[in-house]
Design a protein around this ligand. Structure first.
Ligand SMILES: Cc1ncc(COP(=O)(O)O)c(C=O)c1O
Length: 377
């Protein structure tokens, strides 16, 4: 029997992280106690004041949330952008709350793909930029990230600026942990304004840093063609709440407000109320940075002693490590010892030769993993 399935769907490889779930199930079935450094889903506690705000936000009567989001949430996000990046945005016109950032990243291609059909995506990279573009009928232009250029795209190698609808970047970067300087965003935002495409900046990890707070694409001098995507998922350990935002110039934000009611993707209002308290507090974010710093200090020396070599990782909770041989074979080998990591090849061919370790298990688990690594090295 045949079914009328989208050829994009049937042609797609399995979502890489679904493969990691299958690996973990296999290892668990063999009796291994797996420590999961695969998917970037923090195992940290969501601060209690946020959970309380969620409970207090539940109303007796429930209504459909509106695409524009609640004014206090837009205001809280606008204030956060102002305190964090020194940029003033018009919260009512330029901010659109989203259900986490993944859905907004995925569907953005549907908002911008028209006569211009090419979407540039970093490789290695988060798979959603490409998947969203494919479902929108766009053509993908992979933009390689290399260690030699600090994991930044080589903008001089791009020749078809006038064909681009959007250009995705992600700093602090998943999977490499690299940071981008403001000059990079300035250059790309300048190209976007000159050639009429949208610079899409995925800043999901902007708050997980070790030395200096990373800059945002919102800080460029001309942000007319810039759309920034951010989220509470990593900053506030709220992956399950699904709460993020897009901040973009008014015409882009208007397009989103026109598109999104058709899809029905607006965060639940009790989640929006909890999100107000999360964006308005920084102390829990200071604490969470310390948590990741400690895990990194616990694990990195043991990983290096086992022969892996740090190859980026200036920020985020990812360690991006060069390994010998195939990244998938290397990850499989580590799994024999109960450590689940993501092979770099899962992020595109340019990720081959690396593995990504998400520092999301608990501190205790990281200590146990360090012991295991010392035993096997
Ligand atoms: C680079 C990057 N962007 C965006 C997201 C989406 O996060 P969320 O939908 O939880 O906001 C993730 C999640 O892992 C990510 O790694």
């Amino acid at each position: 029997m045949t079914y009328p399935l989208s050829p994009v769907l049937t042609g797609l490889a399995q979502y890489p992280f679904a493969r990691l779930d299958a690996w973990r199930a296999e290892a668990t079935a063999k009796g291994l106690a797996v420590i999961d450094f695969g998917v970037g889903d923090p195992r940290e506690v969501t601060p209690s004041f946020i959970r309380d705000a969620l409970a207090a936000g539940i109303t007796e009567v429930s209504s459909y949330p509106r695409a524009a989001g609640l004014p206090p949430l837009r205001a809280a996000i606008g204030d956060w952008i102002n305190h964090r990046f020194g940029v003033t945005v018009d919260a009512d016109r330029e901010i659109v709350p989203t259900l986490g950032s993944k859905e907004a990243i995925f569907s953005f291609a549907q908002v911008v793909t028209g006569e211009r059909r090419v979407i540039a995506v970093p490789e290695p990279g988060y798979p959603v930029y490409e998947r969203g573009a494919l479902f929108a009928g766009a053509a993908i232009q992979p933009v390689p990230l290399r260690k030699s250029t600090g994991w930044l795209p080589d903008l001089d190698a791009i020749t078809n600026w006038d064909q681009l609808a959007a250009f995705w970047v992600c700093y602090p970067n998943n999977p490499t942990g690299a940071i981008a300087p403001l000059s990079f965003y300035e250059e790309l935002a300048g190209k976007a304004a000159e050639h009429g495409f949208i610079l899409c900046s995925d800043e999901a990890y902007s708050e997980l840093w070790f030395d200096e707070p990373p800059v945002s694409a919102l800080q460029v001098s001309d942000r007319s063609h810039v759309a920034v995507f951010n989220t509470l998922s990593k900053r506030s350990s709220m992956t399950g709440y699904r709460s993020g935002f897009v901040c973009a110039s008014e015409p882009i934000a208007n397009a989103l407000r026109t598109y999104r009611p058709s899809v029905g993707t607006a965060p639940q209002e009790f989640v929006q109320r909890a999100s107000v308290s999360a964006w308005r507090d920084e102390s829990h974010v200071v604490d969470i940075r310390e948590v990741y710093r400690r895990k990194r200090a616990t694990l990195l020396p043991a990983l290096e002693a086992a022969g892996m070599r740090l190859a980026g990782s200036d920020a985020t909770f990812f360690l991006w490590l060069a390994v010998d041989g195939s990244s998938e074979a290397y990850a499989r080998q580590l799994l024999e010892s109960g450590l689940l990591v993501a092979p770099g090849a899962f992020f595109g061919p340019a990720g081959e030769g690396y593995v990504r370790i998400a520092l999301v298990p608990t501190q205790e688990e990281c200590e146990r993993a360090a012991e295991i690594l010392r035993e096997v090295s």
